[in-house]
Design a protein around this ligand. Structure first.
Ligand code: ASP
Ligand code: CP
Length: 311
């Protein structure tokens, strides 16, 4: 089944075959990457611009690598030294890049909905690399691929997503993807960090880690998104760790072969204990980063197929 849109703005709205196709293609790119080979003719002559209005290590670098491995010309626009600082708006910035005939525009922005707005104004295919508290679709894809590689399938798995759900676009994209693919999703966190209407997304809500982690196949930890919090929603990092930080004692309630995930960046000692983050068999955090490159290659590949040949 071909991808339903010219853009990738969200996981919400994708159907199981769309997601499965992207994951299958990403799996083949993961193998290609491990073999050390590239496929530099696929995006030859195409231009990809990374436009990040928020900080990033993994997402921006992996889109750059993904684009280069497929042969695109990749430009990382430095927003902090751009004319945005002279008062140029998001839309005028995008129109400027559009006039340079950019084919693929990867955008991260603090405002939920910014990539969708942009997609209506530019000719390029727009990829959401994280918008406010809304979605981070390629993160959910790389998480799903990592889970699938360990558990075989997403169907029927118990996945516990823990911590700051309210401000996390990673949680939202993962909830949409995992429920669509038949996983049982539990969310765990203090009431101040769980959105009131979240149960309508088809998840079970827990405020106690031990109860929520019971028999989980996958434990996904999230960073406190302090940059998006107004007021003191969390008493102190120490207290948060005591109740919601993942350590060996709490992890013992999950299945013995459960895997531990974190999208990064981690705050060790706040949402996750170092011994768990670095656990040689349970932690798959490094593999998530590796799968990030493969998934972004798959997304670029699929969207490039829908681009007009000569712009
Ligand atoms: N890197 C992820 C994001 O940008 C998660 C995080 O920052 O905690 O949403
Ligand atoms: N997981 C993630 O999006 O990481 P960055 O913020 O470093 O891109």
């Amino acid at each position: 089944m071909s991808h339903p849109s010219k853009h990738l703005l969200a996981i919400e709205g994708l159907e199981p075959p769309h997601i499965a196709d992207l994951l299958d293609l990403a799996e083949s790119y993961a193998l290609l990457n491990r073999s050390g080979k590239t496929q530099r003719d696929l995006l030859k002559g195409r231009t990809l611009i990374n436009l990040f209005f928020e900080d990033s290590t993994r997402t921006r670098t992996s889109f750059e690598l993904a684009g280069k491995r497929l042969g695109a010309d990749v430009i990382n626009m430095s927003v902090s030294t751009s004319s945005v600082n002279k008062g140029e708006t998001l839309l005028d910035t995008a129109s400027t890049l559009n006039a340079m005939q950019c084919d693929l525009l990867v955008i991260r922005h603090a405002q939920s909905g910014a990539p969708a707005l942009l997609s209506q104004k530019v000719d390029a295919a727009v990829i959401n690399a994280g918008d406010g508290t809304h979605e981070h679709p390629t993160q959910a894809l790389l998480d799903a691929l990592t889970i699938r590689r360990h558990k075989g399938s997403l169907e029927g798995l118990i996945v516990a997503i823990c911590g700051d759900i309210a401000h996390s676009r990673v949680a939202r994209s993962n909830i949409h993807l995992l429920t669509t693919m038949g996983s049982r999703v539990r969310i765990i966190g203090p009431p101040t960090l769980i959105p009131a209407d979240v149960a309508r997304l088809g998840v079970e809500v827990f405020h106690d880690m031990k109860a929520g982690l019971k028999d989980a196949d996958v434990v996904m930890m999230l960073r406190l998104q302090r940059e998006r919090m107004s007021g003191g929603l969390v008493p102190s990092a120490r207290e948060f760790f005591r109740f919601y930080g993942l350590d060996a004692e709490k992890l013992a309630h999950a299945k013995p072969d459960s895997i531990v995930m974190h999208p990064g960046p981690m705050n060790r000692g706040v949402e996750i204990d170092s011994a768990i983050a670095d656990h040689p068999t349970r932690s798959v955090i490094g593999e998530q980063v590796e799968m990030g490159v493969a998934c972004r290659m798959a997304v670029l590949d699929v969207l490039a197929r829908r681009l007009p040949r000569n712009r």
